[in-house]
Design a protein around this ligand. Structure first.
Ligand code: ZN
Length: 135
């Protein structure tokens, strides 16, 4: 085997992680027809164009569905709430829900309003979502 393909950050999603490093949530946008897409892909699913740029998302969205994820190798580590978030811009992404009790068997997060935040985990900055506190 040869080559220098990075197993974590592929070419198509490099912009996404560069945005995260700057605490910006970037979404890929087709420059031909304007459709937003996530996860990143080389070709527009709507018009087939290979031309794209990235737009900064508002970071606001709501929880479409979620699961409580227990780490298979570290039973003592608190479970994480894994969510599928639909951003106000209409694209969906999988992330973690933070700042909620994660040991409540009756927890209910469907349709919860959330806002992106960036938290460091094992030395890597990751996009996560926190509940929007109504004020
Ligand atoms: Zn397009």
């Amino acid at each position: 085997m040869s080559g220098t393909v990075d197993p974590v950050v592929a070419r198509d999603d490099r912009y996404f992680w560069e945005g995260v490093a700057q605490r910006r949530l970037l979404i890929q946008r087709c420059t031909q027809c304007g459709v937003l897409r996530h996860p990143p892909a080389p070709m527009c699913g709507s018009c087939g164009s290979l031309e794209w740029d990235a737009q900064q998302a508002s970071g606001r969205g709501r929880v479409l569905t979620w699961i409580l994820s227990h780490h298979p190798n570290h039973p003592d580590v608190p479970a994480r709430v894994v969510v599928l978030v639909e951003l106000d811009e209409g694209v969906r992404l999988v992330s973690n829900l933070v700042d909620v009790p994660n040991d409540d068997p009756y927890a209910e997060y469907d349709d919860l309003g959330v806002m992106v935040d960036f938290r460091e985990h094992d030395g890597v900055l990751l996009p996560v979502f926190a509940p929007v506190v109504a004020g």
